[in-house]
Design a protein around this ligand. Structure first.
Ligand code: MGD
Ligand code: MGD
Ligand code: MO
Length: 672
């Protein structure tokens, strides 16, 4: 960061960082444009006039805002509905440990607010991993150059995880083919040696088919299976049900290619599979992740550098979250509300889970009016006159249109933080901040400290400052965290976890499951009433499960990340918005032709839940029957005031209770 006279003038990555190597993604390159944006919220704002699109606000003082919010929350706590009628709502605006999950949690725990189950992104995949490998731990991406086959499976790496790409290129330079499995020929698939255009939501079937061939052709590693896995015989029997011909029918991939892909995989010594969260946003999302994660144990690729599978590295980090979040403050019997069911929580009299209705919503690090599924139900709930809403934000997002109060929050340049990662193995410290807070903005931690004091809460832990929070996060006996000390972090900014190099997590078993083995057969899943073995679960919205629906809405809509945006963040940054053009929906030319749609036409994308307008883009590089609406536009920056989540549902995944954003059938027609 270059700062001149208190103003940040240039942003750069750290060239010495072993993973990022100084490279910043498209969005963060524009972080200064975003930080100094003329639309930043720089004072507390109070709504004047009605809630909803076009809501008007007037500036006010912190004193007035805090007093009003504190007295309203105290009144709700004292009312018959009690503290559980207050719901915090936060997710990925910042994933910093301080500004994302420290003082905020203490505050809500202490007042006895409803707990929020933070499922919106990753819980299905996390459960798939947990049931199979025991935790969200996988291949160290720094070993990927050693890999002899790279499969990018349900991941648009160049967009959503560009820091992996240089490692993939090194593997390719040494001869590893790079294959992309995705219903869409993404910009990543364009750069790969091969694109396999799978039917959405059918990845588990493909993995079962691959295992069928692996066993049939004797390509399994019997020694690894015997020593380090549980249920290999049962798995072997299960995959008998998935011969290539059947898998071809389910996945839309030719049977010969399924056979040759299995042979390629089985003959490789250290194949690397990168899965991302895209393929778990379907009915059987957890099972899909679980089933794919069985592959490297069948072939024993975990033994060698570069081999294995990675969804996330997050469980390698063992910061002291108990100290940070103080779950001991939670009153016994406090209910939990699933953030993916926000629409239901705000519109059902008992918040969908029993207990009082939600009377107050406190949103920070999130833009639920744009990003939560079934957006029209969400905004109908947020529009309730009796709902008291406070939003901590940088900008007047869709969510702010429903706020009673907006509080100005600092950005990453303006506050302290400590970060983990879900791709690599380095912790990062962000102190001191590069610049002073702009205007009257305050860090989330400070806002919750002040609110607690104003509400008369005297617990000392609600006044711990950021330096103390950092110290508390680092107090742990976990051996992996030994290298992560404040001094080391201060010196370099980032430090690798204390793990061997190369780090081969499961070369000799050591899985984090109850049995210590890779669990093809899961006792825990049997206890949950689920199929204990890998299996294929068709999408909710598919001809298999709902033929009548599929006849009316024949197109599977995927709304994965846009290259220029970070979820709904950066949507209002001019240069990025220009590059993303406008809300678009890509479809196959044959699907377009059948509907009289031509390139650039305004179309309506609809189903029974709702509709939104977008500009049609025709591309050969997409499966027929699939459409792609890159996300996540602010509804208010869309021509008809709606975004893709007008069509997505509040159904949940098989495990982890996550959303099924891409399990979404629609029809597309010429607008008007
Ligand atoms: N630029 C950018 N980067 C981001 C984000 C962003 O919004 N913008 N978001 C960040 C966040 S919060 C997350 S969680 C991560 C990961 O976010 P992900 O949602 O995993 O994003 P992608 O890597 O784009 O992976 C989605 C890919 O999976 C494909 N896909 C969808 N359904 C299926 C399926 O059934 N099977 C298969 N095989 N593929 C399928 C989509 O076509 C898409 O190319 O990205 C992070 N990085
Ligand atoms: N249709 C569809 N919907 C999706 C997805 C999809 O692929 N398709 N992806 C889903 C996924 S993976 C995720 S993770 C969620 C993400 O959903 P969210 O977690 O809501 O993420 P954003 O939309 O980026 O909104 C974050 C907000 O936090 C604000 N913010 C950033 N830093 C700070 C801070 O320090 N303090 C405060 N107070 N605010 C801050 C930003 O200005 C921004 O408005 O969306 C989900 N929704
Ligand atoms: Mo996410």
């Amino acid at each position: 960061m270059t700062v001149e006279a208190g103003r940040a003038t240039r942003i750069q990555g750290d060239p010495s960082h072993p993973v990022t190597q100084g490279f910043l993604c498209t969005k963060v390159n524009r972080y200064l444009e975003r930080t100094y944006h003329a639309d930043r919220v720089l004072t507390p704002l109070r709504r004047v006039g009605p809630k909803g699109p076009g809501a008007r606000f007037e500036p006010t003082s912190w004193d007035e805002a805090l007093e009003a919010i504190a007295s309203r929350l105290n009144a709700i706590i004292a009312s018959p509905d009690g503290p559980q009628s207050i719901l915090p709502y936060s997710y990925a605006g910042t994933m910093g440990l301080l500004q994302g999950e420290s003082m905020d949690r203490r505050f809500f725990h202490r007042i006895g607010a409803s707990l929020l189950d933070r499922t919106i992104c990753a819980t299905a995949g996390m459960m798939g991993m947990r049931m199979t490998l025991g935790a969200s731990i996988g291949t160290d991406i720094e070993t990927v150059p050693e890999s002899d086959l790279v499969i990018l499976w349900g991941t648009n790496t160049l967009t959503s995880n560009p820091h992996l790409w240089p490692f993939v290129l090194q593997a390719r330079e040494r001869g590893a083919p790079v294959i992309c499995i995705d219903p869409i020929k993404t910009r990543t698939a364009e750069q790969c040696d091969e694109w396999i255009g799978i039917r959405p939501g059918t990845d588990a079937a493909l993995a079962l088919g691959l295992m069928h061939v692996l066993f049939a052709e004797g390509l399994q590693d019997d020694d690894y299976l015997r020593q380090y896995t549980l249920g290999a015989d049962a798995l072997r029997e299960r995959v008998q049900e998935y011969p290539p011909s059947r898998v071809a029918e389910i996945t839309g991939i030719p049977a010969e290619r399924i056979v040759t892909l299995a042979q390629q995989y089985g003959r490789a010594r250290a194949a690397f599979i990168r899965i991302n969260y895209g393929l778990q946003r379907h009915a059987g999302g957890a099972m899909a992740v679980r089933t794919i994660s069985c592959l490297p144990a069948v072939t024993g690729h975990w033994r060698r550098a570069g081999g294995g599978v990675q969804l996330s590295s997050s469980a390698n980090f063992a910061f002291n979250k108990t100290a940070l979040q103080r779950p001991d403050l939670i009153p016994a019997g406090t209910r939990t509300i699933n953030m993916s069911l926000l629409g239901e929580a705000l519109t059902a009299p008992d918040a969908g889970v029993g207990g009082p209705p939600v009377r107050a919503l406190v949103v920070y690090n999130s833009n639920p009016a744009a990003i939560a599924p079934d957006h029209l139900t969400v905004t109908r709930g947020m529009a309730r006159e009796d709902l008291f809403t406070v939003v901590l934000e940088h900008f007047r997002t869709d969510t702010c249109d429903y706020a009673d109060w907006i509080l100005p929050a600092t950005t990453q340049l303006e506050h302290d933080d400590l970060h983990w990662s879900y791709g690599h193995l380095y912790a990062t410290l962000n102190i001191p901040p590069a610049i002073a807070p702009l205007g009257e903005a305050l860090p989330n931690t400070e806002i919750f400290r002040r609110l607690a004091a104003r509400m008369g809460l005297t617990d000392p832990c609600l006044q711990d400052d950021d330096a103390r929070l950092i110290t508390q996060a680092l107090e742990t006996n976990d051996p992996r965290m030994r290298s992560i000390t404040l001094d080391a972090l201060r010196e370099q900014g980032w430090v690798r976890l204390e793990l061997p190099t190369p780090y081969l997590p499961f070369a000799q078993g050591g899985f984090h499951t109850p049995s210590g083995k890779c669990e093809f057969y899961s006792e825990r899943m049997a206890a949950m009433g689920l199929d204990p073995l890998p299996t294929y679960t068709p999408p909710y919205e598919s001809p298999e499960r709902d033929p009548a629906l599929a006849a009316r809405f024949p197109i599977a809509l995927i709304s994965s990340p846009a290259h220029q945006f970070m979820n709904s963040t950066f949507v209002n940054v001019g240069s990025l918005q220009r590059a993303a053009r406008e809300p678009e929906v890509s479809l196959h030319p044959r699907d377009a032709e059948r509907r009289g749609i031509t390139e650039g036409m305004r179309v309506t994308v609809e189903n029974d839940r709702g509709h939104f307008e977008a500009t049609a883009r025709l591309r050969e590089g997409i499966r027929e029957g699939v459409a792609w609406a890159p996300g996540i536009w602010w509804a208010k920056s869309s021509p008809d005031g709606r975004n893709v989540n007008a069509t997505t549902s509040q159904r949940l995944t098989d495990m982890g209770a996550g959303p099924v954003f891409y399990d979404n059938l629609v029809e597309i027609r010429v607008a008007g």
